[in-house]
Design a protein around this ligand. Structure first.
Ligand code: OAD
Length: 237
């Protein structure tokens, strides 16, 4: 049985909860309908903060009405099952939603940040934020006006928790990527790092990822069906 399992999730794990993916074969993903350079960069925020905030307000409202699906629940079960047998799950997500936590996962590394948090650009304080965010809001920590932004990583910014992620990647004996297109680095490069260390790699996805050739094993289908079966398999061996 694999004892140290490293799971990287992407938008595909939350697709069946009603949260859109960014890229898909049908060309209907979020970035086919909205320009990421106008909505998800520090420059866009400096230029037109109201437009950027409105985009994230809509996504936050959508998230508050969504529920975790069987894939999220299965990963919470994997965390408990591995811990009970002396192992460990490292769950790294590119998703800014909180559906892993709401399904019961205790330890989640959000490398692209969290939509239900706001950060102050002046004092760097990060705190919970479930309502809309406006240019008039006051930072609860330093009381500055107009310096709050969604606690999410934008294009051109460094992802979060990279040191911890690297350390856990080195300890893994199985690497699994779920519902991610393998298009955005550094996350898309984790599988190559795992391989270079001789770690077994598995892809679970609806469509083959851009880096599919780097995986030893692949299971294609909806995450809500494939992930629970995969977790059953892992916990049974
Ligand atoms: P993408 O939208 O690029 O890819 C979603 C993946 O999920 C694709 O491979 C789909 O085939 C797959 N998928 C869709 N529905 C699925 C389902 N029901 N079950 C399983 N798989 C399914 O999303 P990410 O790879 O997560 O970054 O995108 C990476 C980053 O790009 C995001 O974190 C975001 C975006 O720009 C930032 O905003 C910084």
């Amino acid at each position: 049985m694999s004892r140290n399992v490293f799971v990287l999730t992407g938008a595909g794990v939350s697709a069946e909860s009603g949260l859109g993916t960014f890229r898909d074969k049908a060309g209907e993903g979020i970035w086919a309908r909205f320009d990421p350079m106008a909505l998800a960069t520090p420059e866009a925020f400096a230029r037109d903060p109201r437009r950027v905030l409105a985009f994230y307000d809509a996504r936050r409202r959508n998230l508050l009405g969504a529920q975790p699906n069987p894939a999220h629940h299965a990963l919470a079960r994997l965390e408990q099952g591995l811990a009970a047998s002396g192992g460990k799950l490292t769950l790294v997500t590119q998703n800014i939603d909180d559906l892993h936590e709401r399904a019961g996962s205790k330890d989640v590394l959000h490398m692209h940040g969290e939509l239900l948090k706001a950060r102050c650009e002046l004092c760097d304080a990060v705190g919970p934020w479930t309502g809309d965010l406006t240019v008039d809001d006051v930072c609860p920590a330093c009381h500055s006006v107009g310096a709050l932004r969604p606690h999410v990583v934008w294009f051109g910014e460094l992802p979060l928790h990279l040191d911890e992620i690297e350390a856990q990647l080195r300890r893994a004996d199985l690497f699994v990527a779920i519902g991610t297109s393998g298009a955005v680095y550094p996350a898309a490069g984790f599988v190559a790092e795992a391989r270079a260390q001789g770690v077994a790699t598995c892809e679970i996805n609806l469509d083959a990822a851009d880096n599919a050739f780097l995986f030893d094993d692949a299971r294609y289908g909806p995450a809500s069906e494939i992930v629970p079966l995969f977790v059953d398999e892992l916990l049974a061996t």
